[in-house]
Design a protein around this ligand. Structure first.
Ligand code: HEC
Ligand code: HEC
Ligand code: HEC
Ligand code: HEC
Ligand code: HEC
Length: 373
């Protein structure tokens, strides 16, 4: 606190000398010497890769959205290239959701505006740095900060295609006061800056759908097998365990699906709920929000006219699926819950059927002996 006034003067003088207006956002490069870990983490995060120049997937979808009637590019860039609308910082556009988008802004109704003082907002009320002013921000450490971009989105046809805010608010986690940051920015002890104090330092990797670490065991499967060689009844419970919103949330391209297989004593698959495409062969086993156009074809939000189904696992939900199969020769039952980022057909269409987009991650597995006599 003591240092605030002289520091502010110093900053003002420095800004006058360099000609940089305090309203400008700074590049992440300007933080790298001191906030070594935060910068290294963030560079691997999707926030650093959210732009048309850094994420080929976004570039392809942006091109499609702007060419297939009417989506102005600004509509998409608002969240993906926020420096563009926060103005005065076009050179930072390709840094995506860069440090200062979160640390040098404040809420402005539904969106953000650059705080003119040049202060860095953070989680501490006693941080002191020689290069910038620091200030605790209630907004920054609350879920509202994330919900600025990760909230609810409705299509021109009036249906919700992203509802993370609604899902989160209905979860037992938000009721216990657990924030997006608590799960997506876990902390360990360390220093946040060279010469800084020992504190709880938060991960800036923002793990999500691209990261097996956060996906593994976020849901669990329980199997109950009854019956005999004539007929087996397999009850599969899929339990949303550690997800503070629907699984999956956010983009309607994400999907989770269940694979169920019956094997004979030699380990040969003698029955499975799908062979190649779960959506066509066993749609109940696909946990996603499927958007369609008028002709009933899967469609992106800007072309879709309705939601075919929303079968995502809601927060705290246990979903039960029942299968009745012939028990003849069945020795073991295997279940696997998978996560994928985008529909394979879409990736093929966009020529992006490559890693990491095509990665499929195993969330959970379960196994049971058949009770055949
Ligand atoms: C998407 C928003 C977002 C972005 C982008 C972001 N941060 Fe943070 N940062 C946060 C939040 C939220 C916290 C506080 C977390 C908490 O207390 O739960 C934080 C905390 C910090 C802290 C305090 C120490 C700590 O770890 O808690 C520093 C320093 C920091 N960030 C620096 C950076 C730098 C440097 C970058 C860019 C390389 C960056 N941040 C990018 C949201 C962001
Ligand atoms: C010359 C070194 C240096 C540079 C450059 C620097 N910082 Fe800091 N920053 C610090 C120090 C030191 C602290 C205080 C750390 C502590 O108290 O643990 C700090 C604290 C912070 C905090 C926490 C504020 C709070 O009150 O919680 C944030 C956020 C932050 N810096 C963001 C940034 C961002 C973003 C950049 C780049 C645009 C940046 N810093 C550049 C040294 C630096
Ligand atoms: C300025 C807008 C903005 C803000 C604020 C923001 N994000 Fe993001 N976030 C994005 C965008 C855009 C992406 C998608 C980037 C991409 O993959 O192209 C994203 C991606 C993510 C991902 C990765 C998703 C995946 O499927 O891998 C996570 C996790 C995430 N954000 C968490 C957070 C958290 C936690 C906060 C609050 C501390 C936050 N975000 C604040 C815009 C934002
Ligand atoms: C209780 C922990 C928890 C809380 C709270 C939480 N998340 Fe998540 N989040 C997860 C887990 C676990 C995953 C990985 C499973 C998944 O993909 O949904 C995830 C995935 C995501 C993804 C990747 C998209 C997806 O679902 O595939 C985004 C984006 C995201 N979270 C944003 C948020 C935002 C924004 C908030 C706050 C409103 C939030 N999360 C609160 C645990 C949490
Ligand atoms: C309100 C903020 C916002 C707007 C506007 C927005 N997005 Fe996003 N977008 C996000 C967030 C947040 C994510 C990450 C969600 C998740 O992981 O589920 C994302 C994810 C994506 C992804 C997946 C990226 C990846 O690497 O997997 C694509 C592609 C995408 N958006 C394209 C677009 C297009 C095209 C538009 C305009 C028609 C658009 N977005 C408008 C916030 C936004």
């Amino acid at each position: 606190m003591r240092m605030r006034i002289p520091l502010l003067c110093l900053t003002t003088v420095a800004l006058l000398l360099t000609g940089v207006s305090a309203q400008e956002l700074e590049s992440s490069e300007a933080c790298a010497d001191c906030h070594v870990q935060a910068v290294a983490d963030w560079r691997t995060s999707r926030h650093a890769l959210s732009t048309a120049a850094t994420n080929p997937f976004y570039a392809a979808m942006l091109k499609w959205a702007t060419s297939s009637d009417g989506q102005p590019q600004e509509n998409c860039d608002l969240c993906h290239m926020p420096a563009r609308s926060l103005a005065a910082a076009p050179r930072l556009e390709n840094e995506g959701v860069t440090c200062d988008v979160c640390h040098a802004t404040e809420p402005d109704g539904k969106w953000l505006r650059v705080n003119p003082s040049g202060v860095k907002f953070g989680p501490y009320d006693d941080a002191v740095s020689v290069v910038h002013e620091s200030q605790f921000s209630e907004h920054l450490v609350s879920s509202r900060q994330c919900l600025t971009c990760h909230g609810n989105l409705a299509s021109a046809h009036g249906f919700a295609f992203c509802s993370t805010q609604k899902e989160y608010l209905s979860s037992s986690f938000s009721k216990q006061g657990i924030t997006c940051q608590d799960c997506h920015m876990p902390s360990i002890q360390g220093v946040t800056a060279e010469l800084g104090k020992i504190r709880q330092v938060h991960s800036h990797k923002f793990y999500g759908g691209y990261n097996p670490e956060i996906l593994r065991n976020c849901a669990k499967i329980e199997l109950e097998v009854r019956g005999d060689s004539t007929e087996l009844t397999i009850a599969v419970k899929v339990i949303n365990r550690t997800v503070g919103h629907a699984l999956p949330t956010g983009s309607p391209m994400r999907a989770v699906y269940l694979s169920l297989r019956a094997l004979d004593a030699n380990g040969k698959v003698i029955w499975q709920n799908y062979a190649t495409n779960p959506l066509l062969e066993d749609p109940d086993a696909v946990f996603m929000r499927l958007l369609e156009d008028e002709a009933g074809r899967p469609a992106p939000p800007w072309l879709a006219t309705h939601i075919k189904f929303d079968q995502r696992l809601q927060p705290d939900e246990t979903r039960e699926l029942l299968y009745r199969i012939s028990g003849l020769n069945v020795a073991d039952i295997f279940a696997t819950l998978y996560y994928r980022l985008a529909p394979p057909a879409l990736l093929q269409k966009l020529n992006l059927d490559i890693e990491p987009y095509s990665n499929v991650v195993t969330i959970a597995t379960a196994q049971s002996k058949a009770v055949t006599k």
